[in-house]
Design a binder for this molecule. Sequence first.
Ligand code: MG
Ligand code: MG
Length: 257
Amino acid sequence: MIELKSAQEIDRMAITGQFVGELLAELSGVAAVGVNLMDIEHHARRRIAERGAESCYWDYAPSFGRGPFRNVLCLSVNDAVLHGLPHDYVLRDGDLLSIDMAVGIDGWVADSAVSVIAGTPDPADLRLIEATEVALAAAIAAAQPGGRLGDVCAAIGDVAGSYGYGVNGEFGGHGIGRTMHEDPHVANTGRAGRGMRLDPGLTIAIEPWFCHSTNKIRYDEDGWTIRSADGSRTAHSEHTVAITPSGPRVLTGRPTP
Ligand code: MG
Ligand code: MG
């Protein structure tokens, strides 16, 4: 079931989204060479507690993970792309880190992700991150009232194709609002003009993620961390977006450094 949100409810989600955007920007600055992933996780836990927010990840127990998730961040390094488990690992020069976070404040949820490089970037990694950001921007631009969900999905797939990256069909974006995952599924590829109509009040998380040289994935033993099947590098970008009568509204915008 899809619940359209009122303008007031979208404003409430925007309060959560602002916190998520600000914290992700802060964590991006923390993620430097020599920093342990657990320090980034604990930094986020402190901030979330101070704000009185509630992590949507803590105790999250979908069918694929082994046991409930006991972290507030997904931290995915290099070939890991989604659901990376924060663990005892010190970032090295050139590591590509994706930080993904969803929290609720007063019952309204926002979800966002960003990919960054620790230390010296490899140009190929910068291009991969850029592709996810360009795809996200194109998908947001396509999220117009009266349009179709397929417009959003196709925008992502088109950008991936223009960069020469494949798209995996197993994981994509989702409706969001009172909980982290609501209907509809927002695939990272599709056909423009198809699918459900984008009515004002629809709130979705749009999250393109690409692997450098494959569209296949594999899972770690823990059932959580998802990696590129061929070990190539990966990137992920995500925003929570509301369809409004005047166009798409990004709810998780980040302050520019
Ligand atoms: Mg996310
Ligand atoms: Mg998401």
